[in-house]
Structure formats: C-alpha cells, structure tokens
Design a protein around this ligand. Structure first.
Ligand code: NAP
Length: 531
C-alpha cells in the first residue's frame, strides 16, 4: 500500500513514543437535550470515564450561550466540545460562522478541549491565537469514512494537521482490514505531539483498545452499546471491565482470538480476567480477521504473543505456521497459536487435549482414581466416536493416541471411513451403532451437532443403546445438559459435559500462551456465569 518504509518493528513500543501519559477515556454524550446530557455526564463519571465529549450537533434547539454555560460548568468531568458539521460526518447543517462562534464560546466557558476539523482549523486557530486559556487544548481532527490511506499519506496528513497549530492531532480512518490499524499504531508511536488515532468500523476495534500501548492520547468509549458516535466504538464499560483498559501500557503483551465472525466469543472475558487475577501484563482481544497470512505478517513483533483460532481459519492458519504439534498436524486443524521467543509461530490443537483429558478423568472417577496421572484409562477401551467433522477428528485422533480402539460412525459414511482409516480404526454408519455392542463398558463420544440448540429434543443414539457404555461424552455445550447425556445418566453411565472440553481446551491455551498453569477455578466460575 504505502511507500513510507513500514516494517512491523515500527510497532515496537516502550521507548519511541514522545507522548507517554496514560491514554484518556472519553465518553461522547449524544443526548438531544441539555437535561439528557447532564444525566449522561454523571453516568459517564460513574462508569469511570476521564472526559466527556459534548456533541453539540446532537442537541435539538441549541441555545449556545445558555446551554454551553450549563453543560460545561455543571460537568463532573473535564469537557471536550465538538460541533461536528454534516460535511465531516456530524449532524450540524447550519451557518459555519455560528458553529465556530459556539466553539469559541465553549473555550471561554472553560471547556478543556474543543475539536475542530482540519478543513477549517487554520483560520479557527488564528481566530483564537493569544486568547487560549491555560490548559485549554485544540484537537484538530480529520475523518475518513472510506478507508485507511497509506502510511505516507497518513504521515502527510499529520504534518498538515500540525501545521494548523493543533495541540492534539486526531486522525480517524476506516478499517477495510484489521491490518489497517497497524499504520495508525505506527503514526501514534512516532508522533511528536499528542495524537488520537482511531480506525473506525468493526475491523478497527483493536485501534480503540490499544491506544495505551501505542501512546494514543485518548480513546472513545460509549455510554451504552446503542449510543455510539462512530462505527466500531466499544462501550466505556467494556473497555474498562472486559479489556482491562487501565492496565494496558507499552509493555503489555497482546493475545486474542482470530475468527470471522468473532465478536460473540467469550474468550476475551476468560483470558483478561485470568491475566488480571495473576497480575500478568497481557491483554486478549477480538481479532476480526479476513486474511490470516496478512494478519500474521503485519502483527509479527514479539508483542503479539499468540492467538486462539476459530471458524473459518482453523485450517487456513495451518499454512502460516513455522511448526505444528504432531497431533494437530494429523487432525489438520489448529486452534491455538503461540509465538516463540525466536519469533516462530507454533500451533496446537487444544480441542483434543481438552476433550480427551475430560474423558480420562471421567473414567478415573469411575475406577475410583484421582484425576490426572500419566497412564491413560482410555488405553484398550472400545471408543465410539459419533461424527467425523472438526470435533470428530480431534476425538478420534486423541483417542487413538491414547491407545483406545476407535470406531468412527457418521451420517456420511465416506467421511467416517476416511477418518477411521487415518486413525487405524473401524467405520460404520450411525444406524449401525444402535446395535453395535461387542462388549460392555464402551466409551461413547458424540461430536455430531444432533441435540444442539434449538433442536434439543433430538439425540444421536436411542436410550436403549446407551446401556452398553460406561461413559458418555457430548461435545455439544448448548445446551449443557443434552438429551443424550440425560438419558446416559439414567442408564447409569458416567457423563462428561461439552462445557468441560471447552474449559479444559482453554486451560491448555492459557498454559501455552503464558507457560503458567491456568487459574482453573476462576475459569470455571466465569464460564458458569457467562456461558
Ligand atoms: P462440523 O465439522 O460441521 O461436523 C458436524 C458433524 O455433525 C458431522 O459429522 C456431520 O455429519 C454431523 N451432523 C450434522 N448434522 C447431522 C444430522 N442431522 N444427523 C447426523 N449427523 C449430523 O462441526 P464440528 O466443529 O465438528 O462441531 C460439532 C459439534 O461439536 C457442535 O455441536 C459443536 O458445537 C461441538 N463442539 C464443541 C466443542 C467444545 O469445546 N465442547 C468444540 C468443538 C465443537 P456429516 O459428515 O454427515 O455432515
């Protein structure tokens, strides 16, 4: 894209940024009346914002002298006053002189900041020259609602903004790809004056979260999920509570989950709470990724410590790895990627470890043994895996690795056959499993989606067939208590929940990322509360 030399080492932090104060959290007020804004500013303070942005263009029946005095003087937080015209993405359509008069009035009434658009900034700054109160700052902003230009173009833009006499530079661009954020980080890291760099849109979320890492002056956090002033804006509450915004600094290590879609993932909640609980300087984000290779090539510094990987990237990511855990390679899918100290990417499949260890502990419980241990109680067992998709592969390979005699049964027989051949097992159809019981005490693992929400009345195997199994596992975790597991329990089998696989694969990821044991109790509590 750009012609400015750009290497990811430009994203190295800690020493380069001139601006080193903590990034401020600013909550935009979008009320349409002064009274609404007064309520909103109190809420913003309660949530923990540092500044409120008074968006004058949202007010109906705005009376500058009277309203500005009330809003600025009664604000419990320092104020940033913005009167965004329609030509820069705002709502104000009136006379330009009146708009700028209102901004000058805001300065006189004691606003801490005003935001003025680059197009008019030079003349505006001339008009207030010599009249600026102490500690009052002008933010000169530029918004691009189409894309994020090249590094060179952004560099030129910053120079133009600085030349207007801006105290603070604000550049807001639009993300077409998550890697667009890197160019904004680069600008913030090297900026000589305080800079606000925001990449709008869902793919730009990390630009809003990583301001404290790359020396951003300020980031915006909405009062509520629906009340955003620009696309992709997180809530102030999520910034503070979900992403530990106040704990992020230039040395913070970055992890996350790559996927598309990915916003629904609860992993950031689990990992960020866990990192915080042990005082680890790390953050875990949602990475909405379109092109996996581009993502890894762009964010390649040691600061990016690794990621979890979900649909649809579990297979594509394989090609970007320097090394792959042997079982993950056989399964053909990875879900956990770590950057080693030498910079190389190493991948794991923690799904199979999570599921198999849960089944092993279930069998140990059945045998009156303590959880854990090196010998696998699956060794020699007849292990029936229903399904031959992603989860089916993990279970079949995992079981075979532990010495189980694996049978793969699947709706589409050819897929069962292919997988069974690979793991040295036997293949059959789902119907055949119903009457297959060469011995008692078999182990059953359902990895089909039969019985998953919303079709919770379905089950992959009738109840009468379950009496030959000593343990039944269901990969499905929505609902936790599937019909299969309920009926297996009624026939006297030990049951193992899909949530257990989910939690344990998370433990493994945490261990791979940090080299530390996962805070298991906290993981379980959070899972119980939020899953
Ligand atoms: P997948 O790759 O799409 O495989 C789906 C499997 O289900 C295939 O074997 C498919 O058979 C079978 N199937 C789908 N509909 C069926 C039906 N109506 N009747 C019979 N078989 C049917 O999906 P996956 O990623 O393996 O996920 C499968 C299940 O495991 C999902 O419920 C998922 O939520 C769960 N899972 C849980 C965890 C966890 O951590 N607990 C992790 C991963 C997955 P065909 O080959 O004939 O299409």
């Amino acid at each position: 894209m750009g012609s400015l030399p750009f290497t990811t080492s430009d994203l190295q932090t800690s020493t380069s940024g001139v601006w080193s104060s903590p990034t401020l959290l600013c909550t935009p007020l979008m009320g349409t009346t002064v009274d609404q804004m007064l309520i909103e500013m109190r809420k913003a303070k309660e949530i923990g914002a540092d500044i409120v942005e008074i968006r004058l263009d949202c007010l109906r029946n705005f009376n500058p002298r009277q309203d500005l005095e009330i809003l600025i003087k009664q604000s419990p937080l320092p104020t940033l006053v913005t009167y965004r015209p329609i030509w820069e993405g705002g709502q104000y359509e009136g006379d330009e002189n009146k708009r700028q008069d209102a901004l000058r009035l805001a300065m006189e009434f004691g606003a801490s900041y005003i935001d003025v658009e680059l197009e008019v900034a030079h003349d505006f700054n001339m008009s207030i020259s010599g009249k600026k109160p102490d500690n009052f700052k002008v933010i000169v902003s530029s918004h691009n609602f189409h894309n994020t230009p090249s590094s060179e173009a952004i560099g030129n833009l910053v120079a133009r903004i600085q030349a207007t006499g801006a105290d603070i530079v604000k550049i807001a661009t639009t993300a077409l790809d998550i890697t667009d954020c890197a160019r904004i980080f680069q600008i913030m890291v090297h900026s000589q004056i305080p800079t606000i760099g925001i990449v709008m849109g869902e793919r730009g979320l990390i630009s809003r979260l990583l301001g404290p890492k790359y020396g951003g002056y300020l980031t915006y956090g909405a009062l509520e999920a629906g009340a955003i002033s620009a696309p992709g804006q997180p809530t102030a509450k999520d910034l503070l509570e979900l992403y530990n915004f106040r704990l992020i600094n230039p040395d913070t290590k970055i992890y996350g989950i790559i996927g598309k879609p990915v916003g629904h993932s609860k992993s950031p909640l689990l990992f960020n709470a866990s990192f915080k609980s042990v005082g680890l300087n790390a953050i875990y984000l949602h990475f909405l990724v379109d092109d996996v290779a581009k993502f890894f090539n762009t964010y390649s510094t040691p600061d990016f410590g690794g990621c979890s990987c979900t649909i649809p990237h579990k297979e594509a990511a394989l090609k970007c790895m320097d090394d792959i855990d042997p079982i993950a390679k056989k399964i053909g899918a990875i879900n956990n990627i770590c950057r080693r100290p030498d910079g190389k990417l190493y991948a794991f499949n923690t799904d199979y470890i999570g599921a198999i260890s849960a089944i092993e502990d279930g069998l140990r419980e059945l045998n009156g043994k303590a959880p854990g241990g090196t010998e696998s109680p699956l060794a020699g067992k007849l292990f029936i895996v229903l399904g031959a998709g992603g989860a089916g592969k993990s279970l079949a390979y995992g079981g075979a690795q532990k010495g189980a005699r694996v049978v793969v049964a699947n709706r589409t027989f050819e897929r069962a056959k292919e997988l069974a051949d690979k793991v040295g097992g036997k293949a059959m159809t789902l119907e055949e499993v119903e009457h297959f019981h060469p011995e008692e005490g078999m182990v059953l693992a359902n990895t089909t989606s039969v019985g998953m929400k919303p079709k919770i009345d379905e089950t992959p195997l009738p109840k009468h067939a379950l009496k030959h199994y000593c343990l039944v596992f269901d990969a499905i975790y929505t609902p936790k208590d599937t019909r299969l597991l309920r009926e297996a329990k009624e026939t006297g089998a030990v049951i193992v929940y899909g949530t257990e696989m989910l939690i344990r694969q998370g433990f493994e990821q945490y261990k791979n990322f940090t080299g530390l044991p996962a805070p298991e109790e906290l993981f379980r509590q959070l899972m119980e509360k939020h899953a």
